[in-house]
Ligand binder design. Structure first.
Ligand SMILES: Nc1ncnc2c1ncn2[C@@H]1O[C@H](COP(=O)(O)OS(=O)(=O)O)[C@@H](OP(=O)(O)O)[C@H]1O
Ligand SMILES: [Mg+2]
Ligand SMILES: [Mg+2]
Ligand SMILES: [Mg+2]
Length: 354
């Protein structure tokens, strides 16, 4: 199998970081800060990024990383830095051999800050670059809703290996997807899934455990024959995608089921395993460049499960031009068989506004 070592490293690193985020949710003060774009970041985001980058650099020292966070706030705030350090030290896989394969514990506070700062790659079209979102859906995480730890390896600008850790999704791939899934105050007890895919090799899910990797099973998108029976997933925040346009598209497709709103790339995971069908993310109107770490892992997983993902105009997503998808607007994901119909209707709705 291609990229076997990269996949195992990504699965174990995402698993360890997902366990860190769960421990922040259940027992720590979350150390929440507000970033310059008014979005939240917590000690969970910092700790998860440091651990994952340390694992990548242990196994593949030459690889670059495009990560959402950096160590700036921690370098300026001693007590926050100490909180993250405590958290990082406490986050170990229960299986010693698995923990060793991802490099074991980070050696010092300085090493932790340096790892965090190594997510500073400018991205690009050449070579091996990892895209990392240590907590996607930070607002969902804070509420006890959906969030995801997201890691993808891009090779020459093409997402090639993708892993999503979704601690608050049900283990059962076919569990019904209703609108309560993205809601608040989920303890995550008995839940947690690791999704993964390698380009050309299919997509899988397995329970999110605490030690060695558990057995995986193949996932695939639902063989949707009647599009009016589709379930579509969208963001919780109306500022992140246009709920009005999305409702309009659903109506034109004859969809009567209410949308399922949830934070994070848990949306991609949910359609990839056939629990939902469509992912609609229409531009919210404000000038916004989608970040590659918000999509790269989910896109490989959906494609390998039998889906297609492009921007809202049907244009291929270009992950090779930097840290953002600046040549794309919005995102649409659907099973391959119905994708052309979905894009046709999305274009109609966008053209009607132009
Ligand atoms: N204006 C705007 N438009 C589109 N997207 C934005 C915007 N602002 C932020 N973001 C990014 O959205 C990430 C969360 O996306 P979601 O689809 O999960 O949105 S939501 O949280 O459910 O509302 C979120 O990821 P995290 O920061 O990792 O939580 C942001 O990177
Ligand atoms: Mg963020
Ligand atoms: Mg994100
Ligand atoms: Mg994030």
């Amino acid at each position: 199998m291609a990229y076997e070592k990269e996949l195992e490293l990504a699965l174990l690193a995402v698993q360890r970081a997902s366990l860190l985020t769960k421990s922040v949710f259940s027992s720590h003060s979350k150390g929440t800060l507000t970033k310059s774009d008014a979005s939240p970041v917590t000690i969970g985001d910092f700790g998860a990024q440091a651990l994952i980058i340390a694992s990548i650099k242990h196994a593949f020292p030459e690889d670059e990383v495009v990560g959402e966070e950096d160590a700036g706030d921690l370098r300026a705030n001693d007590s926050l830095r100490d909180l993250v350090w405590e958290l990082v030290q406490a986050s170990k896989l229960e299986d010693g051999a698995a923990e060793d394969r991802i490099g074991g514990p980070i050696k010092s506070k300085d090493a932790m800050l340096n790892a965090l700062d190594q997510g500073d790659s400018a991205g690009g079209r050449k070579g091996r670059i990892w895209a990392l979102d240590p907590i996607d859906g930070t607002k969902g995480f804070l509420r006890g809703g959906q969030y995801a730890v997201c890691l993808a390896l891009m090779v020459d600008g093409v997402p090639t290996v993708g892993v999503l850790g979704c601690p608050n999704l049900p283990v059962d791939d076919k569990a019904p997807l209703d609108s309560s899934i993205g809601a608040d105050a989920d303890s995550g007890e008995g839940k947690g899934v690791l999704f993964s895919a390698v380009k050309g090799e299919g997509a899988q899910s397995r329970p999110l455990g605490k030690g060695a990797l558990q057995e995986a099973q193949k996932i695939s998108m639902s063989p949707l024959t009647n599009i009016s029976e589709a379930t579509f997933c969208e963001s919780v925040e109306s500022g992140h995608s246009n709920h009005g346009d999305q409702a309009n598209i659903a109506q034109r497709l004859g969809i009567t089921k209410p949308s399922v709103r949830m934070d994070s790339q848990a949306k991609y995971a949910s359609i990839a395993r056939g629990a939902g069908d469509l992912y609609l993310r229409l531009p919210s109107g404000k000038a916004y460049e989608e970040k590659i770490w918000d999509h790269a892992a989910g896109v490989v997983i959906v494609r390998e499960a039998g889906g297609e993902v492009t921007d809202a105009y049907g244009k291929p997503l270009d992950f090779g031009i930097g840290r953002t998808l600046k040549e794309n607007k919005g995102i649409v994901g659907a099973p391959k068989a119905v994708f052309p119909k979905v894009i046709e209707v999305v274009r109609e709705v966008l053209n009607a506004k132009a």
